[in-house]
Design a protein around this ligand. Structure first.
Ligand SMILES: Cc1ncc(COP(=O)(O)O)c(C=O)c1O
Length: 442
């Protein structure tokens, strides 16, 4: 295993990194002792032949993929490389509107065009799965070069990946599935041409550890490797790569623990089914729980503050109407009781309030692609009817509310200001909201 070899390495380091594994000087709070660069015998991430190839093979076996790749810059680098492998300047990608910002950034970088599939939202305002009949209609109308969907979503909603794949392949169009939140779902990979998954989100791996899988013959695995070497660091961390291997081995060795996790999570879900004002919803993904606050007198942000300040519980994400909690096989299951008691306790102190389901989300009017050369800064409050020249997201989850090229309406200005007032973390490319925004020059 890579970790053992790193641990046993006693060579005198006249090479990077500059800490020289000197734990006598630096202490051992950080893993200096196993942190090396690409030296002889430790293989090379960008053209693996030995130890790292072996880790790729472990991933191939677990996920039943044709080709697997280790990623040490998160799913972000996999998304960038995956899109750059297929899409060329001027090509159109058909993407789910609820894709992560890395998808948008990749298309902007490449100078691609974008068309959207807008999933419906459910009674809680959460994006549902992709409607495959709409997808097929759009494909036949647009003839895109690539389809990108997120599944499972941040909230844990799965789309019918096999159905999407069957439709796309009738037209010979590759599908990239952003499964950043789905690394624990091992049978997910076999359908899509490109699947990207963050090990660090739902499995025991260090932050930034991720995988990419390329299947079939619509996408060249060799081209993908070349694009990865463009976007990914040329000094990949061996600590992270060892963590990836450790995570894969853990998955193989701990099948029973995954079963126990599913059982405990299911119990928790059932125990929360009779909350009065809060609604605890599990969609398709057992690693997620959405706690909806819309029918109560508190917001999702307030719920996360109460959980943090009064119960010492930190949630993954909070927005105006709900919080998202992430669960994993590494949870201490006693904490499920703590969470259950906390939510029940909070629920008992709440009262009913009508759910103010903001705008039923509609796609803004698009006037041009993302690359806008002539832009000017104006007061955001007075930007009605101007063409936005920045991305605006709530972060997390990093799904854009507005993209460059879209017309800003009064209801969007009001919605964004309202979100900021409710302490939702709204970001923009320039990050100067709510004061100023770049718009296209008239
Ligand atoms: C759907 C989705 N895709 C991609 C990413 C990027 O993943 P990473 O943080 O591993 O780069 C995220 C991050 O939250 C995400 O939610």
């Amino acid at each position: 295993m890579l970790y053992d070899k790193l641990k046993d390495n006693r060579r005198i380091p006249f090479h990077m990194p500059g800490h020289k594994r000197n734990t006598t000087l630096l202490g051992s709070n950080f893993p200096y002792n196993i942190d090396i660069t690409e030296i002889e015998g430790f293989d090379n991430l960008h053209s693996p032949e030995g130890l790292i190839k072996n880790i790729e093979n472990k991933a191939k076996k677990i996920y039943n993929s044709d080709n697997s790749f280790l990623l040490v810059n998160g799913s972000t680098v996999g998304v960038l490389a995956g899109i750059a492998t297929v899409l060329k300047r001027g090509d159109t990608a058909l993407i789910a509107r609820n894709c992560h910002k890395s998808v948008y950034n990749a298309i902007e970088l490449i100078g691609g065009e974008v068309e959207y599939i807008l999933p419906d939202t459910d009674e809680y305002g959460i994006f549902k799965c992709i409607d495959n009949s709409i997808l097929e209609l759009k494909i036949s109308r647009i003839n895109p070069k690539l389809i990108v969907v997120t599944s499972p979503t941040y909230e844990g909603v799965n789309s019918d990946i096999k159905g999407i794949f069957d439709i796309a392949h009738k037209y010979n169009i590759p599908v990239l599935v952003d499964a950043a939140h789905g690394a624990h779902i091992t049978d997910y990979v076999k359908y899509a041409d490109i699947t990207i998954m963050s090990l660090h989100k739902t499995l025991p791996a260090l932050t930034q550890c991720a995988l990419a899988h390329i299947n079939g013959n619509l996408v060249s695995a060799e081209d993908f490797r070349i694009k990865l070497s463009v976007f990914e660091t040329s000094s990949p961390s061996y600590v992270l790569m060892a963590s990836i291997e450790n995570c894969l081995d853990f998955m193989v060795k701990n099948v029973k623990l995954f079963g126990k996790f599913a059982e405990e999570k299911s119990k928790l879900k059932n125990n929360l089914s009779d909350l009065k004002y809060l609604k605890a919803v599990e969609y398709d993904d057992i690693t997620k729980l959405v706690v909806f606050t819309g029918y109560s007198n508190i917001s999702g942000i307030e719920l996360s503050d109460i959980l943090r300040n009064e119960y010492n519980i930190e949630v993954e994400m909070a927005c105006k109407d709900y919080v998202v909690l992430i669960f994993s096989v590494c949870d201490s299951f006693v904490n499920y009781k703590t969470l259950e008691n906390a939510l029940k306790d909070i629920d008992s102190s709440l009262y009913f309030s009508e759910f103010d389901k903001c705008l039923s989300y509609e796609l803004p009017k698009k006037t041009c692609n993302f690359n806008i050369a002539n832009k000017e800064l104006i007061d955001f409050k007075n930007s009605k009817d101007r063409v936005c020249a920045e991305f605006i997201w709530a972060y997390p989850p990093g799904i854009p509310l507005l993209t460059p090229g879209e017309v800003i309406t009064q209801s969007e200005i009001d919605y964004i200001l309202n979100q900021i007032k409710s302490n939702v973390n709204i970001q923009s490319t320039r990050n100067k909201l709510p004061e100023i925004i770049y718009v296209k020059c008239l």
